[in-house]
Every structure is written in C-alpha cells, then in structure tokens.
Ligand binder design. Structure first.
Ligand code: BGC
Length: 837
C-alpha cells in the first residue's frame, strides 16, 4: 500500500467521509476512501495467536502459550521472537493491526481473563509487552496494547466503575502500558470497557487525553473495545479515534449531526481522522493488500519456536528427592483429566483455531520407549466436552456435516443453502454468512456418527444462542428449544447447559443429529444475540463415570509404576472472557484424585494446567509439581521436554500463588457490587501485599526451580547520574546446562515519607549457562523509575532523597529465598519530581 499524504487527504475529505473513517465497517475492518487512496485496514485478535476474521470455522493459526505462561519465561528475547512470528502470522491472515498484547493486572486469581495478561507486576508485564510489540512492529504490523485501563475483572465489565486511587492507578495499572509504550511507541491502543473513577474509559478525557496524549505524548490511534463506546460527542471529544466494530452505533449520522451543530469541533474531528490515516501509513510497508485472503503458515521453524515457548513457560514448583527428570526407558503411568485433551488456550476472543495440537499424553508417549499406561481418574470439564472431534462424516472424516436452510424443518422439500464439513461443535456463528442465506433467521442440521469405545450411560448437553435439539439414533435426547434460561456461555448471550442421557454400547455406531435454529428462534438472549451475529451452538457429551471406581483404578495403576504423572487443571470453560471464576479450586474430584495417587505413589509428578493460580490442598505432599499454564499448539511436547529433562525448566512465577483465595488482597472487593469495584488493596497487589503483611503464600512471585543449581555473588552497584547499574556473577553450580533469571528488586528508603511495598521488581535478566559456567549479569535501570512513587498532592512521580536497598534474587537451591539474596544499597541525593513516560 502506498504511503498517503495525510494532510492533503484531510484537506480533500468531505465531512461525511471523515465521519466514516472514525468507525469500523464490519467486525474487523476500518473504512476505505478509494477516491483518495485510503485503504481499509484489517484488525485481528489477539494476544497469543492471530485468529483472522472468522470466529466460525476460521483459518487455523499458530497458538502460543497464554500470557501468564509467556510471563513465566521472563525472557525478553523470546517475547521479541513471539511478537515477530505473530507479525508474520498477521501477514498470513491479511491483518494490518494485531489486537494485543493484553496487559491488565491480575488483582485476583479469579479474573476470567487473568490468563491473557503477563503478570501482577507492571515492570515484568510492561517489559515483556514492549518486546512483543517491537517484534510485531518489525513486520510493519501495528500492535495494540489493551485494555487501557483497569479492566481487571469480567463481572459487569462494560458497566463496572473501577474505583482506584491515583497512586495505585499509576504504580500498578498504568505501569505496564507506560513501560510498553516507552519501549515501543506502539501505534494503537484499545480502551477498556469499564469506567475508571466514574467515567467510561472510552470517553474519559482525563485518562485518554490528559495522561495518554498530553502527559505521555503518545500520538497513535486509540480504538474502542468491541461495543465499548457509549456516546457520540463525549467519546470523540475525549480522544477516542475509532469506534469498533462496525457498522457504527455512535458515529455515522449521529456524529454528522454533532459535527454540524458544534458539539464536535472541526479540528477535533480532523485530529481523530489524522490518527486513523497515520495508522494506515504505519502499516503501509507491510505489503498487505486490502481484504487479503487468509492463509496458513505453520512452518517447521514456527513449530520449533512454539515448542520452545511452551517448554520455557513451565515452572518447576517442587522437585523433592529429584523425582524429575523422568527416565525415557522406563514405563510410566499417565493419569488425569487433562492428559488426553489439549488445554491449549483460555476462552473468549483470545482463542484461535490451532494448526494442530499435541496433548500431554501424546507428548509423553513420543518420548518413552517402554509402556505408557493411562487412567482417566476424574473429568475436569465444567461443561461437557464437545462431541465434534469424536464424530465421523459419512466418508469417514473426523467431524460432521453442517447443512444450513432458510426454512424450518417443518417445510417439506426445503433446499440446502450451504453445506460445510466441521469438526468443532462449540462455536459462535458471529461472522457466519452465506449468499444463499436470506436472513438472520435460519436453520441448520448437523449430522455425524459416533462409535463409543466403552459401554455405559452417556451424558449429552446443548447450549445455544438460538434453539437446539440433539437426537441420538432418532431419539430426542436433549431439547433446548423451550423455556430457555440465560447462562454465561457465548459472552453471556447463551442459554444454560441443558442435559440428557442415553445408554450406549461399545463398538456400535450411532447417528448423532443436532437440529439448530439461529439466534432469533430462541428467547434466552432477549434479542441481544445480535451483538454476536446470528447465534451460537454447542453440543457435547461423554461417558458418565463412577468417580470412586475411576479414582480407584488410577490409584491402582499408580501403585504399579515407578514413574507416574498426573495432568490436571482448568480449561477454557473455567477461564474465559465474559465471566470470572467462582472460586480458586480445581474442578470437583481433581484434589481427591491427586491426593490419593500421591499417597499411593509419592514419586508422582503433578502437572497443573491453568492460566491463573489454583488451590492445591495436597501441595505439601507432592514431591514434584509443575505449573504448565495453557501451552498453545505445542503444549504436550513442551511439558514432555521438561518432564524428561530435554529442556531444563527455567520458568519463574509471574504471579503469586496464595494458599487460599481469602488470602488474596482483593478478596473483599473483587466483583461489581452495585456497579462498582473498589480497588481497596491500593498499591498492595500480589507480592506487594503478601510481603507487607507477611502472609504466607503457597508459591511466591518469582519462584521456579531448575534441574541444576546456581549461585549468585559479587554484587556491585554503580550509581551514575540517572543510571543505576547492578551487576552480579551468576554461576551454574550443577552438572546440567540451564537458564537463570536474575531478579532485581529495590527496597524503599527508610526515610521515605509514605508507606511502600517492602520490595518492587525493577529489572531482570535471563542468562543461559553450561555446567560450571559463570557470567557477569548487568542490569541497568533508570534511578528515578526505580525509586519513585506517585505523589497525589503534586500529581507527579517523586524520587525522594534517601538510601534505597537493592535485593538480587533468583532460583533458590531449595532453601529460603532470604538466605540466598544479595543485598546492597545506593543513594538518591536530591528529591526530584517528574512526569511523562
Ligand atoms: C475483547 C477484546 C477483543 C475484541 C475483538 C472484545 O470482546 O475484549 O480484547 O480484541 O473483543 O474480538
């Protein structure tokens, strides 16, 4: 695309065209003005993969580990590479603008989208996000840090008023944005849905004009979150450039009217348009044509990077008696609900259709030369697992046939309007359309066959935006077409899950027939289904298990093997955009399974897949424990690489894991209560609180073990003007190559005039060392940045004079972190105030 002369184009645009440029035209595209050479740009989700333009039956994509997993790598070089590959994936999907990274803060382990952001700490999150943005930008794609700001829960996310002090806003919630923008000057930002201190962010002049534009001098494009605009003049006057998605609700005729009647001044409209046109120019070198066809990359080098990221994200939380690494030549028992399914990604807009998946069971099986035995133990699903992947089409392909009609099943001789082969039976039809389908009201018959492996009672379920009936061999097993109740599925537009059951015989082939009516045929969404297109459906099922019997089988198997691994955790039903978790626990039955298997065989390794912390009442008894997040396409291989020692684990927790939910500082204030969420813990988020109150945690921020050991020595601190340089010698004292993360914390000056967290992360560096090898690690930080707090009286950062402490931490050798820390100090001679990035 050619570079456009922005000022010339503005001078030639008619008011109507300017108005058009300030809103999307459809779910993903901006408006084009062909007569002036302004192309339409394509945006695409999201943080851990590039979905392209389709939620429904989209083109497959690379999927990286969720952001907490990437956060656990503490690896800036890796994050840069991740960003670059996502930039290339954008090119394959024809997207000029990537809707990520997500850099909100995990106030609580319960946040439905907690998995999407890197860390509870702004320096870690912002630094990784900055590198990710730089990588994306290397491909001339524009990254979009989101959601600016304080969208830290899902409950009533569009209406909730996040009430936060100026100090916490600056020190905690704006911090990752501030750092990422300083590093990358990312060309776009997405506003949050919520209010901050009384005003929705998309029309909050103080946040978007005073802070972002004026104080930080950021001059990129500010877009709304999807349907997150609530006014015409207020939003445009506050500085919101682009309303997404289209067609517009608030601009168009309403904005023309406002512009004609001095509600929006001409220069303000021009400024919004200027930002849109600048965005066009920022992506011009990408070479992506308008409305490009969507393609797949999936190259061997990409798969290698995905695997590296999956393995590097894993945190070895415990490894007593060197249970790990396992021996590839010995048999192994693989147990648990997450073993044979691939929990690769959290739910909501971050989800992508993956190129391929590797389950933990497959990952382990590919390493072991002896027997790999399996026991399910318990299930881990919240909703029954989708049936789609278990079905077969008449010609034997995995999946089922989807036939759409304009007429209901009662019309005889109705014609097929569209026919597709699908494998996913849980999907939004959001962007589904076909020229033969004449209205939002249409009907779909879905058909495949199912041949169960085991005899028994099977439970089935249907969740819809619309209506749905599930038949097995002609018998109506689930009817979700009448008396519908609204639930949390499909961004809370769907019904609750409706169940039925049937006895099936192993080896017999059954016809599965799902009869669906699109959104308007249902009544649960009260018409609001249109927000997400013509509807959504999910039909699911699995064998009912006797939990006691099934756990007993797993225990028996564990007692017969030398090597045992349990895969448990959450999945994209438990952790998703649209709602928060209700508690911090594993799915029902998992704790019981884990405790009993560990008791039967103490040398069991427990692998937890979750985006955010879970309670682990059995943690003291587990000798080996890994936190494996949602690992993307290569989840299973990444886990197996670590379990068998092909990769030495180096992940460190980017979030604290509390013992109980009640210990979390946001416990009293996490949810919207009559429209507001009070950020009552102030700056004491995550480790800042646990440190201050000396509340014990299960695993602290920054924790993570290795199969080797490291020593730290020779701390040197050089303070030169604005720069603070901290250096230490790190030595790999074990017999295996491994990576260490040097974590630099600053502790407040005792003379500081304000109550402060006992330590705050200010810099970090990862270093790879061979056995016996040592290296000098130097971390440079800005002294003002490292010592300042936000002065609410002055409205500025203040670096107070005084003597500050330096604390260098890293992998512990199994002892207490305090015994292995290096400590020193430095002085700030003069008190100074500052603003800006
Ligand atoms: C999410 C955004 C996302 C957008 C487009 C919204 O629901 O909050 O993060 O980019 O949808 O899918």
């Amino acid at each position: 695309m050619a570079v456009i002369d922005v000022e010339k184009v503005i001078s030639e645009l008619k008011t109507g065209e300017k108005v058009d440029l300030t809103a999307g035209t459809d779910f993903w595209h901006t408006a084009a003005i062909p007569r002036l050479g302004v192309p339409a740009l394509r945006t695409s989700d999201g943080p851990n993969g590039v979905r392209g333009t389709r939620f429904f039956n989209g083109v497959p994509a690379a999927c990286f580990p969720c952001a907490t997993g990437l956060g656990a790598t503490w690896d800036t070089e890796l994050l840069h590479k991740v960003g670059k590959l996502l930039g290339e994936e954008c090119k394959a999907k024809g997207a000029h603008v990537l809707l990520g990274p997500t850099i909100n803060i995990q106030r609580s382990p319960l946040g439905g989208r907690g998995f999407e952001s890197y860390s509870e700490d702004g320096v870690l999150s912002g630094t990784l996000a900055g590198q990710y943005c730089l990588g994306v930008m290397e491909e001339d794609i524009v990254p979009t840090p989101k959601h600016f700001v304080c969208n830290d829960q899902e409950h009533e996310r569009m209406g909730v008023n996040s009430i936060v002090t100026q100090r916490a806003l600056r020190e905690i919630y704006l911090k990752p944005f501030q750092i990422a923008l300083k590093m990358s000057n990312a060309g776009a930002i997405m506003t949050a849905y919520n209010k901050v201190n009384g005003t929705h962010v998309s029309e909050n002049k103080w946040i978007i004009d005073d802070i972002l534009r004026k104080e930080w001098k950021w001059n990129g494009l500010l877009m709304s979150d999807w349907f997150g605009v609530y006014s015409t003049s207020d939003a445009i006057n506050a500085g919101l450039d682009l309303e997404m998605p289209g067609p517009t609700r608030w601009r168009g005729g309403a904005l023309q009217h406002a512009a004609a009647n001095h509600k929006v001044a001409p220069h303000v409209l021009d400024e919004r348009v200027r930002n849109v046109l600048n965005l066009v120019n920022l992506t011009s070198k990408s070479g992506i044509p308008e409305n490009a066809e969507e393609k797949e990359l999936n190259r061997p080098q990409d798969q290698a990077l995905l695997r590296r990221a999956a393995a590097e994200s894993i945190v070895l939380m415990k490894n007593e008696n060197n249970v790990l690494p396992f021996d590839k030549n010995k048999s192994i028992a693989v147990i648990g609900p997450n073993a044979k399914i691939t929990t690769y990604c959290g739910g909501g807009s971050a989800a992508v259709r993956p190129y391929y998946l590797v389950s933990p069971f497959e990952g382990v099986s590919s390493k072991v030369t002896a027997e790999v035995a399996f026991a399910q133990g318990v299930y881990g699903h919240k909703e029954l697992p989708t049936l789609g992947p278990l079905l077969k089409t008449p010609d034997g392909k995995p999946g089922y046939i989807f036939r759409a009609y304009n007429d209901p099943p009662s019309v005889e001789g109705r014609k097929v309007a569209d026919e597709l082969h699908l494998d996913n039976s849980g999907t939004l039809l959001m962007d589904y359309s076909h020229p033969n389908i004449k209205s939002q009201t249409f009907y779909v018959d879905m058909e495949g066959t199912f041949t169960p492996d085991e005899s028994g009672t099977y439970d089935f379920s249907v969740t819809v935006v619309g209506t749905g009936k599930l038949f097995i061999d002609g018998e109506l097993v689930v009817d979700n077409s009448k008396n519908q109740k609204r639930g949390t599925a499909f961004f809370s537009m769907g019904t609750v899950e409706v169940f039925g059951s049937k006895d099936l015989n192993a080896g017999q082939t059954y016809k599965v027939f799902f009869q669906f009516g699109s959104g308007p045929t249902g009544d649960a969404a009260n018409g609001s289904h249109e927000l997400f297109g013509p509807g959504a459906f999910r039909f699911s099922g699995c064998k009912r298990r006797d939990e006691e019997e099934s756990i007993a089988q797993a225990v028996e198997l564990a007692s017969k093997h030398d090597q045992v691994v349990i895969f448990a955790g959450l999945n994209n039903d438990w952790e998703s955009e649209g709602y928060d978790r209700e508690n911090m626990d594993l799915p029902p039955g998992s704790d019981e399974l884990i405790s009993r298997v560990i008791a039967a065989n103490p040398k069991t390794a427990v692998v937890i897949q979750s985006g955010t912390p879970v309670t682990m009442p059995w943690a003291n008894d587990a000798q080996a424990l890994l936190q494996a997040w949602y690992g993307g396409n290569e989840a299973g291989n990444g886990i197996a690489d670590v379990l068998f020692g092909d990769v030495n684990p180096s992940g460190k927790l980017p979030l604290s894991f509390p013992i109980r939910l009640q210990d979390n500082p946001s416990y009293l204030n996490f949810r919207s209560e009559r429209g507001r969420a009070l950020y009552g813990e102030d700056v004491y988020v995550g480790y800042r609180y646990y440190d201050k109150t000396q509340t014990p945690v299960l695993f602290p921020f920054g924790h993570g073990l290795s199969y080797t050991t490291f020593s730290r020595s020779g701390l040197q601190i050089a303070s030169d003007g604005d720069k603070l340089t901290v250096s230490v010698t790190v030595k790999n004292t074990g017999d295996r190559a491994g990576s260490e993360v040097v974590q630099l914390y600053v502790t407040p000056a005792p003379t500081n005039s304000i109550n402060r967290p006992p330590r705050e992360l200010k810099g970090f560096q990862k270093v790879h060392l061979g056995p016996g090898q040592s290296a000098e690690v130097k971390i440079e930080v800005d002294k003002k940045e490292a010592t300042s707090f936000w002065d609410e009286i002055r409205g500025a950062w203040i670096s107070e004079k005084g003597v500050y402490g330096v604390l260098v931490q890293g992998t512990t050798a199994g002892g207490k972190a305090e015994d292995e820390n290096l400590k020193g100090n430095f002085e700030v001679a003069e008190t100074t105030y500052w603003n800006g990035l």
